[in-house]
Write a new protein. Structure first.
Ligand SMILES: CC(C)(COP(=O)(O)OP(=O)(O)OC[C@H]1O[C@@H](n2cnc3c(N)ncnc32)[C@H](O)[C@@H]1OP(=O)(O)O)[C@@H](O)C(=O)NCCC(=O)NCCS
Length: 154
């Protein structure tokens, strides 16, 4: 599988089941986010293989609420491709920093964040079920964010 087979699109109502499969948000909320253009889907060929839901801290700072790549497609560049697309999207709207986070007890997504250019910027203790903390990340979006998307889609 090569990077060139991955495309990323803004989700439509046809993608509702796919982009709500983690169960983390009520379906009406996901529907509203789809209508707002805040969810993105990655395709490998015609198959949906991952998604990213964007949230807005204080209604104005872009924050990755959820990124999920299907198990069988992990470590093949899908997450990086969705991220590149979303970076370009938010950069084109004038944003210079993208935020994200991960549960403190999940080292793998933390490694992924660091690998794709995020820096840790703080921890909120006890935010999750069972008192598990959440580690927050930020990534500066350079003027090349659009070029990254082009490279990822080549
Ligand atoms: C985290 C997640 C989105 C990563 O997506 P992915 O498509 O597997 O990641 P990519 O293939 O784009 O990987 C990008 C880089 O990170 C590295 N990487 C990815 N997962 C990794 C892991 N578990 N451990 C170490 N490195 C990892 C890859 O090797 C790659 O490095 P390289 O391009 O420099 O060689 C995916 O594993 C996932 O869906 N996990 C479950 C949901 C989750 O935890 N989401 C994050 C919190 S919301």
């Amino acid at each position: 599988m090569t990077q060139s087979e991955i495309t990323v699109q803004t989700a439509t109502e046809n993608d509702l089941n796919f982009v709500s499969q983690d169960g983390g948000l009520p379906r009406p909320v996901v529907k509203r986010k789809v209508r707002g253009g805040d969810i993105f889907v990655a395709f490998r060929g015609h198959e949906r293989v991952g998604y990213l839901r964007l949230e807005w801290l204080w209604s104005r700072l872009p924050y990755i609420e959820r990124i999920l790549v299907l198990q069988t497609h992990r470590r093949t560049g899908v997450g990086r491709a969705i991220l590149a697309h979303v970076e370009a999207e938010v950069a084109s709207r004038g944003h210079v920093i993208l935020y994200s986070s991960s549960q403190l007890d999940e080292p793998e997504p933390q490694t992924w964040h660091r690998r794709v250019g995020f820096d840790e910027c703080g921890i909120l203790t006890g935010l999750n079920e069972g008192g598990v903390g959440e580690v927050f990340f930020r990534k500066s979006l350079g003027p090349s964010a659009g070029e990254v998307r082009s490279a990822a889609e080549r």
